[in-house]
Design a protein around this ligand. Structure first.
Ligand code: NDP
Ligand code: NDP
Length: 331
């Protein structure tokens, strides 16, 4: 039986399981723990000043000799500094997101890096492939944080992207356990990216109040909002209610910007202000109920994946010879 595929081969990892780069949640401790456990750990650099990123890359390298990556949202104000740091510090794999992959891919590839771009539609996936990336992350509407404007769900997005592209596809959005991982791979993904589940890891740099809030969250507690600025999926809290009231009162883009202010994500996720902070998390938070070590999360997901794979063999085959046709058969 095969024990590797296009994603394990591309990154040099044991499992096609990627931990998402998440602002304020995924520093070197989480990334190195996931890489040591056989997945691909990612440092989320969107919330890090350039020197902070350099420190995290160095600490990650000291904590693991396995491959790891850095995610850079291209909206980041000092994106050039981050690209330079990643080249200087020999970061082997770079995930870019929220921007045009044509801007940095060639330079990163010339420097010998593996480049992956995060997309939310077939249109952007094709653009990323044309820019020369090695793989894409196709992220559906269920995902937390910044999200696509088209609101395409993972179930719809993955087969569409798979059919349109020749490079490997990593599915993201709504994946938190072995069953959802296998489902995404049945849809055509070569690997999966998991975010919310790793927010609830012991090594995540999120504030413990935020981790516990995610573990406590139930069905229907997240919503996509602020589409006029940058669509973002948030847990509902007092800040979310203020945004909703502003919409009811007919707020325009400028008023929404003013209400959002600055550093709301840091306030909520890093400082643990559950009322006034921005609490970015995926829909799948409704299925997460424990804070666990990152390695145990990787282990559990892979065990469930293999159990689910075994069960597939027992699924019924509908050959049209079932009981209804028996009942109707002529005597
Ligand atoms: P250290 O605490 O040893 O700090 C390493 C570097 O980060 C130093 O250059 C330090 O600057 C700087 N730094 C420390 N705290 C902050 C801060 N609050 N804001 C900006 N820069 C900071 O290393 P750690 O590995 O423990 O973590 C470094 C820091 O990175 C954490 O304290 C945290 O603030 C931040 N962090 C950010 C994450 C994110 O997603 N953006 C995730 C995890 C951590 P100086 O020498 O001046 O102290
Ligand atoms: P804001 O403009 O509200 O605040 C900027 C935040 O980023 C501050 O908390 C600031 O830390 C920190 N920061 C780190 N480096 C810099 C820098 N060079 N210049 C200015 N601020 C910096 O932005 P958000 O918090 O909403 O988003 C921050 C970044 O994260 C953006 O690049 C955004 O694109 C990205 N992002 C990515 C998401 C994802 O899903 N991948 C989701 C949401 C945001 P401090 O307060 O210590 O000054």
């Amino acid at each position: 039986m095969r024990s590797e595929n296009r994603i394990t081969g591309l990154f040099g990892i044991r499992f096609p399981l990627v931990q998402a780069g998440m602002i304020w949640c995924s520093g070197w401790e989480l990334a190195s723990a996931v890489s040591n456990a056989g997945g691909l750990g990612i440092i989320g650099s969107g919330s890090m000043y350039p020197e902070v990123l350099r420190q995290h890359v160095r600490k990650c390298k000291a904590a693991t000799d396995r491959p790891f990556a850095v995610n850079v949202p291209m909206l980041y104000p000092a994106v050039e500094d981050h690209i330079r740091t990643m080249i200087e510090e020999d970061v082997p794999i770079v995930f870019t997101s929220a921007g045009n992959p044509a801007t940095w891919t060639a330079q990163l590839k010339e420097a010998g890096r593996t480049v992956v771009h995060v997309v939310s539609s077939v249109k952007f996936a094709l653009r990323a492939q044309a820019a020369g990336v090695d793989a894409v992350v196709a992220e559906g509407f269920e995902a937390g944080g910044h999200n696509g404007r088209e609101e395409t769900t993972t179930l719809v997005l993955i087969p569409m992207v798979k059919d349109a592209l020749s490079i490997p596809v990593i599915a993201a959005g709504g994946i938190a356990d072995g069953r959802s991982m296998l489902a995404a791979m049945v849809l055509g993904a070569d690997g999966v990216q998991v975010g919310s589940r790793f927010v609830c890891s012991e090594e995540s740099s999120a504030h413990v109040r935020f981790k516990q809030r995610v573990a406590d969250a139930g069905e229907g507690e997240t919503m996509l909002t602020l589409k006029e600025l940058a669509p973002v999926r948030l847990l509902r809290n007092k800040f979310f209610d203020q945004v909703r009231s502003a919409y009811t009162a007919g707020a325009d883009k400028e008023a929404l910007k003013e209400l959002l202010g600055r550093a709301r994500a840091k306030k909520g996720m890093f400082e643990g202000d559950l009322d006034q902070g921005e609490l970015e998390i995926g829909q799948v938070s409704g299925r997460i109920d424990r804070i666990m070590p990152a390695a145990a999360i990787v282990d559990e997901i892979m065990t469930e994946y293999h159990e689910a794979l075994e069960e597939l063999g027992a699924f019924p085959r509908f050959d049209g010879q079932g009981s209804r046709s028996d009942n109707n058969s002529p005597v």
